[in-house]
Design a binder for this molecule. Sequence first.
Ligand SMILES: [Zn+2]
Length: 249
Amino acid sequence: MHLFVFSRKPVLYLLMFLLVICFWGFLHYQYLSIPSLVKDPETYYIVRTQEKVTALTFDDGPDPLYTGTILDILQTKNIKATFFILGQNAKQNPDLMKRILNEGHEIGNHGYSHSYIPNKFIDELIDTDKTIFQSLNQQTLYYRPPGGIITKSIVKEVTANGQILTLWSVDSKDWQNPGPKQIEQNVVKNIFPGSIILLHDGGEKREQTIQALTEIIEKLQQQGYRFVTLSDLKQYDADITVQKNIPPA
Ligand SMILES: [Zn+2]
């Protein structure tokens, strides 16, 4: 009997150890790689400024059901935003792509098919860039990985491809469809100068995002915020860098 117990124990320990490792791996993949928790300094998710400026970003479009309405709202409010488009949607909606560009918004790359498989990211990034270049004769400077999944090698490869891996610092959580009021609160309560706001204009039902958008804009404007594209937002970080280089008196 003793012998039986002794021969099983190490196997049990090994199994428990493997179980813990698997669970840790799952947690790491599911949660720890989510950028709002990691705040990776090698990515663009914030600029350090005291100016009340912020960037609205819309992922997963262009979508014929929602993107046009979002563009209408932005036009009415005279606001410029950034759209992280999917290559497959860009191909199907060339008129919306032109409209986004012609109305002064910035276009970022969000991959081709919204695949969550990290080793497909770079191929999809390149395919999407080709699609955008064919329709608009323009290169993208900003890349946002689907689901915000990042690894060191993805950051390295994106940088080597000449793009800036871009995440966000204020999550509207509109992807949960929690109701327009909640989406608005998620933004208004968490806003700060130099933040990047995550919203969606495609992928799933986006009526709630559309319902929340005007309120988000008006509430933030009442607080003194201005809305800029990602490239314009970056200029504010540059100011701080210049100030840092001034030697102390
Ligand atoms: Zn997405």
